[in-house]
Design a protein around this ligand. Structure first.
Ligand code: C2E
Ligand code: MG
Ligand code: MG
Ligand code: MG
Length: 286
């Protein structure tokens, strides 16, 4: 209990905390402004098929173009957007923009969009997916929604129903950051994911440590037995790629192939890939 003054009392707001809170409120206000002023932008990172080294799709990664701070990472503002509920509106914008962008790309290229738990739970989520597809003319089969395990932790029945509805519509569902949450494996029985994205923490040491490689191999084989595609995130080096290839993963994503790039560079990148049959996506890295 906080009482004013006196020895041994607890002060609710240390000066430092006060500052943190103010910063938070500033950030929240700025986030709302950013949404109203269209200050978010999407960057895209290729997903690469290891069987032919070709790009199969692009993951949309949101950034905030801030007048003073420059390009702000989602790691900074997504958590606050989730706490304040702003993620629902930001996520809806991302979905719509990603589909509009994808409409300009070849038919065989899919677009992957990250969906936060709060957004998925929102009652109009299925409608906003349908709206984004209809207004862009992008086929449902080109859209991949990436969710994390935490989505299946609460409101499980409702979330499962939403995911099943989306899947029946032809949208594909990926489990993102696989291996970082709890009971990962049991979730694979409860929902038929199309793709598992193995978190990049397993990649870091996979070339040097046989344990990390063994874990990737186990997830790949689990995925194969369930008919689920496995993608490995965060591939940065050739030795990592060689290990991942040997472990049998189907797809990869990472700086070795390309960092996330602003949308205006994507069409050219896809064209360059298509123009030269069999050209490794790796040579497209910045
Ligand atoms: P994520 O969905 O797991 O996305 C992959 C993150 O790893 C991206 O960070 C990407 O830039 C980074 N990455 C890709 N390749 C490499 C690599 O080789 N090495 C390393 N070290 N990192 C790599 P980013 O763009 O900062 O996004 C961070 C997270 O923010 C995303 O993780 C995702 O959870 C979230 N996020 C991004 N965009 C959205 C969005 O539109 N909606 C929601 N709800 N979350 C988003
Ligand atoms: Mg993702
Ligand atoms: Mg991921
Ligand atoms: Mg990740």
């Amino acid at each position: 209990e906080a009482k004013a003054g006196g020895r041994g009392t607890v002060r609710l707001f240390e000066p430092q905390m006060d500052e943190t809170l103010r910063e938070r409120l500033d950030l929240e206000r700025e986030l709302r402004e950013a949404l109203a002023q269209n200050r978010f932008e999407l960057h895209y990172q290729p997903l690469v098929d290891l069987s032919d080294n070709r790009i199969t799709g692009m993951e949309a990664l949101v950034r905030w173009r801030h007048p003073e701070r420059g390009l702000v990472s989602p790691a900074v503002f997504i958590p606050l957007a989730e706490e304040t509920g702003l993620i629902v509106s930001i996520g809806e914008w991302v979905l719509g923009q990603a589909c509009r962008d994808a409409a300009a790309w070849p038919d065989g290229i899919s677009v992957a969009v990250n969906v936060s738990p709060l957004q998925l739970r929102h009652r109009s989520f299925v409608q906003s997916v349908l709206g984004a597809l209809a207004s862009s003319g992008v086929k449902a089969s080109r859209l991949e929604l990436e969710i994390t395990e935490s989505v299946l932790l609460d409101d499980t029945e409702m979330n499962l129903e939403t995911l099943h509805t989306l899947r029946k519509l032809g949208v594909r569902i990926s489990m993102d950051d696989f291996g970082t949450g709890y009971s990962s494996i049991s979730y694979l029985r409860r929902f038929p994911f199309d793709k598992i994205k193995i978190d990049r923490s397993f990649v870091r040491d996979c070339a040097a440590q046989s344990e990390a490689g063994a874990i990737i191999r186990a997830i790949v084989s689990l995925g194969a037995s369930l008919g689920i595609t496995t993608l490995v995130e965060g591939v940065e080096t050739e030795p990592q790629l060689a290990t991942i290839r040997a472990e049998g993963a189907q797809e990869v994503q990472g700086y070795l192939f390309s960092p996330p790039r602003p949308v205006h560079e994507i069409a050219a990148l896809l064209e360059a890939g298509a123009a030269s049959e069999g050209r490794p996506a790796r040579t497209l890295a910045a």
